[in-house]
Design a protein around this ligand. Structure first.
Ligand code: ADP
Length: 445
């Protein structure tokens, strides 16, 4: 029932003209994913669960009704188009809503329903008759806090009695203000100011403490200390929860300082594979022939949607310009665009306004636009030594094992070196890459 059409943008690097790598920051990446995402990410892996007493039964739910939510909150959940809990929500929600409250650490890739889970827990713990902050959610950046707040506002649409307040830059209160809102969503610095420096609310009256995007948080200078300071002022039996999209040990180390006796839920990222992908290569003798090859198969590309990968920003820009001049509709996405511009490009592409997207490695990981049928490697992915970068190849071409999802990959080879790279990739994955005559695109099945 969920239309899954999303693009994930990793904090991948792309090689600039000068050969330097530049990166999207983890916070930028995370924001982009949130904005681009239109539905849940499917994941067939099993949940990994750790808890203090593994013998006690673990409650899990298959419906939102089973959670005994306030009717207007349930209405809000359904109004968002959620029919059933996601995999992570099935296990997290009963724990988050249990009496007595339990602590939770959840790690799963973005798009699996963590935000919706903790927002629901936050809202359902509010006692609206008490006019003071009871729920505190920390996000690493202004933009991410706003995203979470928007989810909360949507979910609480039918609960006008619940009041939310952002504690982020630009929100300024006169000294002596006492906050009356139930839920505070903000960044660590502002929350520290409001809660500790100016005593605008009482941290010891917080019942639910959420640390979102903990991986991004601990990568941000100063945030870790600020979080710990805020954490120290909370009462010991405050319910604590922490969420992270990545699985690094340093996140777990931090999580375990903050969250006492937690239930730990982890959903490993689903592996990408080349199953169901038909791989071809086209022999060209130079850049010009590569260009001709692309234009020859353009008709085939636009039957569905295609992504063309180039190694450098310069070659991506060159290709996009040349194709446009020759009358082909293409979009260009590369690292020099602002976040807003990237979103605009991806939105147009996702909605089908453009059928061909030209990009660099900025977009290499887990491209998951349902309608992408062909991936073209205008340049094969190589590392700094010029050797095959098989991991990037897999990210560009591979799909997570979604039932019945087929795809085509076309690699343009224009030198002995790129021929060798292509063979190395073939050997690495032990999957045949077939020769294709680009003059005759009928060959592509
Ligand atoms: P995460 O925080 O793990 O990145 P989100 O909570 O933002 O994931 O959810 C990812 C996307 O899936 C969002 O667009 C959200 O609206 C949607 N979503 C979340 N939970 C459900 C659900 N139970 N059913 C359908 N869609 C959901």
């Amino acid at each position: 029932t969920n239309q899954i059409s999303q693009i994930q943008v990793s904090s991948a690097t792309e090689t600039t003209e000068e050969g330097k790598k530049d990166e999207l920051s983890p916070a930028e990446t995370s924001l982009l994913q949130k904005i681009i995402r239109k539905g849940l990410v499917e994941n067939k892996n099993d949940l990994e669960i750790q808890r203090k007493d593994p013998t006690s039964p673990l409650h899990s739910v298959k419906t939102f009704e089973a959670l005994n939510l306030r009717p207007n909150l349930l209405k809000g959940v359904y109004d968002m188009g959620f029919n059933a809990p996601s995999k992570i929500q099935e296990t997290a929600l009963p724990t988050l809503l249990a009496e007595p409250p339990q602590n939770l650490i959840a790690q799963s890739q973005s798009g699996t329903g963590k935000t919706a889970a903790f927002v629901l827990a936050m809202l359902s713990r509010v006692d609206a008759s008490k006019k003071h902050p009871q729920v505190l959610c920390l996000s690493p950046t202004y933009e991410l806090a706003i995203q979470t707040g928007e989810v909360a506002a949507k979910m609480a649409r039918f609960c006008p009695e619940i009041e939310l307040r952002f504690a982020v830059r630009g929100e300024n209160l006169t000294e002596g203000t006492k906050l009356s809102e139930h839920v505070i969503i903000g960044t660590p610095g502002k929350v520290l100011d409001w809660g500790i420096k100016f005593r605008m609310f009482d941290l010891s009256k917080i019942n639910v403490f959420v640390l979102d995007e903990a991986d991004v948080m601990i990568d941000t200078q100063g945030h870790q200390d600020q979080c710990l300071k805020i954490h120290k002022s909370l009462r010991p039996n405050c319910q604590m929860m922490l969420f992270s999209a990545t699985y690094e040990q340093k996140v777990m180390d931090f999580a375990e300082i903050i969250i006492k006796n937690p239930l730990i839920i982890r959903l490993k990222r689903e592996e990408e594979s080349l199953d169901n992908i038909k791989q071809y290569y086209v022999k060209c003798s130079n850049e010009k022939q590569k260009y001709n090859a692309v234009t020859n198969i353009y008709g085939t590309l636009t039957v569905g949607q295609a992504i063309i990968f180039c190694q450098t920003r310069k070659s991506a820009a060159w290709l996009a310009e040349k194709m446009s001049k020759d009358g082909h509709a293409v979009a260009l996405l590369s690292g020099e665009l602002s976040v807003e511009q990237r979103i605009a490009v991806l939105d147009r592409y996702r909605s089908g306004k453009e059928k061909v997207l030209i990009t660099t490695n900025v977009l290499s990981r887990g491209i998951d636009v349902e309608q992408v049928t062909i991936v073209v490697n205008f340049d094969l992915p190589v590392n700094v030594h010029g050797d095959a970068d098989c991991e990037t190849y897999l990210h560009r071409i591979g799909r997570t094992g979604r039932f019945g999802k087929h795809g085509i990959a076309i690699n343009l080879v224009d030198s002995n070196q790129s021929q060798r790279v292509c063979e190395d990739i073939e050997r690495h994955f032990n999957k045949k890459i077939m020769l294709l005559n680009a003059e005759d695109s009928e060959e592509i099945e």
